[in-house]
Design a protein around this ligand. Sequence first.
Ligand SMILES: [Zn+2]
Ligand SMILES: [Zn+2]
Length: 149
Amino acid sequence: MAENNLKTSHMAIVLGIGLGVVLLIILSLLLTIVINRRDRQAFLQSRKSPDERLRNLDVVAQTRTLEDWFTSTKDKMGLSDAVDSQFVCAVCLEQVNRSEEIRELRCLHVFHRECLEKWFLGDHFNCPLCHRAYFVADNPPRNDYVWAV
Ligand SMILES: [Zn+2]
Ligand SMILES: [Zn+2]
């Protein structure tokens, strides 16, 4: 009788270990599936259309005409109307005309709208001129472009 009991408990232990192993395998399989799916989502997110990505840029660098920008900035910068204000876009090195659309970064540097968009879509998250990082919500800067703010 005692021997029987011993055998039963022995079997129970073996069964328990077996079940545990099976459960562990199932769990790790499930985890792999979840992680794979998360990777795929991250991958899909990083492949947003340029239009969607540019909406992120709008948050940190508004689009307006140079005329508009100059009117609201000259007071801040203490410039008078008499100042000969010529702006050169550091991306294409061309002069920016008053009627052209520009984007202004947090560092107050101004570029042609198209020039900064090209720069941004090329995964550059720093000002082309002073290299200060501009923060864009779901585009965390990649390591090789991170500079001190
Ligand atoms: Zn330009
Ligand atoms: Zn700058």
